[in-house]
Design a protein around this ligand. Sequence first.
Ligand SMILES: [Zn+2]
Length: 121
Amino acid sequence: MAGQHILIVEFDRNPDSRFFLCRSCSTHITLSQEVVFEHKPTGAIIMKKAENVMIDHFTPWRRANRTTMAAVHCVRCFTGLGNFFVAVENPSDVFQQGFFLLSLRKLMYWNGSQVVDPMET
Ligand SMILES: [Zn+2]
């Protein structure tokens, strides 16, 4: 978004912190403590909260399994990172309105000492 000032949230990169970053531009996306579900084989990760992302209002919302989802992009590089749950008909601990379903393939991970590929750890 040229010409717009975007406030980028940054997490502390230290031995005690664990968080995910955009794989393309390293913008910080979410702390590990926000993650409620992770499935390595498919690269699916569900989190309560994500920073530095924008919900795509131009792409039509998708409906699947009684869930309505909007596409989510990194605010800095605009890479598609996954989806945002706009509405969930039968909420559970993992599926709730306002949660994010992102792809580990689009993310990197700060493990307390270095940035690693979350698909390989
Ligand atoms: Zn990015």
